[in-house]
Design a protein around this ligand. Structure first.
Ligand code: CS2
Length: 493
């Protein structure tokens, strides 16, 4: 088993942390210890910890979900001293394997909420970071405000209640720190959102305001919420993939990871209580991250989901194989070239055409075997974040709506859970209830346009867009995805 005792005798070709994980101290608490966080933030912090004077920046992870799966994961982390291996896979087949030691403690909040609060209140914790998914910030897309109406939030607002949501934990911890005079921490969102720091700020301040306006004012004055653009493709790992990774590395790791060799993190340098020397670990610090976010979200993430929905319907399951399909590659390219790039505000020095080529190369990486169902999952939240801006701009300048309409149509058809070859799958839509999911099956093909995925352009939605979506859905059903794509998917001649 992988744990601290075997770090000196790792198999050939596996790199150990450049420091002793037993001696680092917690400076960061991270909520949502998923694969992306482990391959991205923890990877950068791991590099920092190897530098002189940086050993106060170890990460304690917190899981918020109750249940057997979460308990199993917590047990595995503990048994392995929170160590895990990361395989970085390049498109040419080259691989590097390293053991990451930055995560050195793991707490399951439902099992011991008091321990989580005590940790967050400890003055040595100076950053609270999170990957809680695009939809995890509890923001109403129409009003842009934090939603106070969810049962979990309401329960966390009851005086003296032990929290269950991230909002309850973070705000209670900040209240304690304020009372104790131990100062604020930075709240660092690492989710794929435009202005993720501003979104986090709206969410946490919205909660704090409802709880105690004085506390909210203190947070507003002292806590910082840097915006950041995060990027590293990190597939899901099932048992079969885990076995393959372990066979290749020679490790016995219950929590192995694979990610592409590419990685990027561009952040605003606004850390109210200090930060690790991340600039020495490859993180770019900039005054304004807006341009980078637009390019990442509207090109990479948007084309990722645009590829996923029709590909799933065609029966593909992996991103690289879908992109080898000429029709699908043309579709994604046309969307980027004709719909996104002409309407993009890219930062100086970033060439969108180079970026387009690089993401298509990254998507084609066969060593990743990235899952289309992972990409297409939580489409409801992702569409709001990844497509909205482009749809709004195309609508407002009277551009060609066919590719966007086809993407939306494919999303709605894919929500029905069966592909063209008759294979069934379960679309993961954690924010939709059964009644909402059924809208995809409604006889009236317009009914599903009431789904929250489309809230972001509700007030500008045009009849032409609705008609084009309905036409594309009918075509997909009548003549199949490929023929429908040729007929109404807006492929250039
Ligand atoms: C993907 C992302 O889930 C998705 O929609 O586009 O997970 C993507 O792999 C990462 O954002 C890459 O940085």
């Amino acid at each position: 088993m992988l744990n601290r005792t075997i770090l000196k005798t790792l198999p050939a070709g596996v790199s150990a942390p450049g420091y002793d994980p037993a001696t680092i101290r917690t400076g960061i608490v991270h909520f949502g210890v998923g694969n992306f966080f482990r391959a991205h933030e923890a990877f950068y912090v791991d590099r920092c910890l190897a530098l002189e004077g940086q050993q106060d920046w170890g990460i304690a992870g917190v899981g918020l979900t109750a249940g057997a799966r979460s308990e199993r994961k917590a047990r595995q982390f503990t048994e392995q001293d929170c160590l895990y291996s990361l395989t970085e896979a390049a498109p040419d087949g080259a691989r590097a394997v390293r053991v990451i030691g930055a995560l050195h403690a793991y707490l399951l909040a439902p099992a011991d909420p008091t321990a989580v609060l005590d940790l967050l209140a400890d003055p040595s914790v100076r950053i609270v970071s999170m990957t809680i998914t695009e939809g995890g910030y509890n923001i109403d897309e129409t009003t842009g405000a934090f939603r106070l109406d969810s049962a979990a939030v309401r329960a966390d607002l009851v005086a003296d209640a032990l929290p269950t949501t991230i909002f309850g934990f973070v705000i209670e911890a900040l209240a304690r720190r304020r009372a104790a005079g131990s100062g604020p921490f930075t709240v660092l969102s690492c989710d794929n959102l435009r202005h993720n720091g501003d979104v986090a700020r709206t969410a946490f301040l919205g909660f704090a305001q409802a709880r105690d306006p004085d506390l909210a004012a203190w947070i507003e004055a002292h806590v910082t919420f840097p915006n950041g653009m995060v990027d590293r493709i990190t597939p899901s790992v099932d048992d079969a993939i885990a076995r393959t990774l372990n066979v290749a590395s020679g490790l016995d790791d219950a929590l192995p990871l694979v990610a592409e060799d590419f990685t990027q993190w561009v952040v605003e340098d606004r850390f109210c209580a200090g930060r690790p020397a991340l600039e020495k670990a490859g993180v770019q610090f900039v005054a304004d991250v807006t341009g980078y976010e637009h390019v990442k979200v509207r090109m990479l993430n948007a084309s990722h989901i645009l590829l996923a929905f029709p590909s799933i319907l065609l029966g593909y399951r992996q991103v690289d194989e879908a992109l080898r399909d000429r029709d699908l590659a043309r579709f994604v390219n046309a969307y980027l070239e004709l719909d996104v790039i002409p309407r993009l505000d890219a930062p100086a020095g970033l060439d969108p055409q180079d970026y387009r080529r690089s993401i298509l190369r990254r998507f084609s990486n066969p060593a990743m075997a990235d899952q289309l169902l992972r990409i297409g999952g939580d489409g409801s939240s992702k569409i709001q974040v990844f497509w909205t801006e482009t749809v709004r701009r195309v609508l407002s300048d009277g551009g060609d709506l066919r590719r966007i309409a086809f993407g939306i149509a494919a999303y709605l058809e894919a929500l029905r859970g069966v592909d063209e070859t008759g294979v069934q799958y379960t679309p993961a839509e954690p924010t939709l209830d059964a009644a909402q999911l059924e809208l995809a099956d409604a006889e009236d093909l317009r009914a599903a346009l009431a789904l929250p995925a489309f809230d972001g352009w509700r007030e500008v939605r045009s009849v032409a867009l609705t008609d084009a979506i309905v036409t594309a859905r009918e075509a997909i059903r009548e003549i199949g995805v490929r023929a429908a794509l040729a007929e109404c998917g807006g492929l250039p001649g």
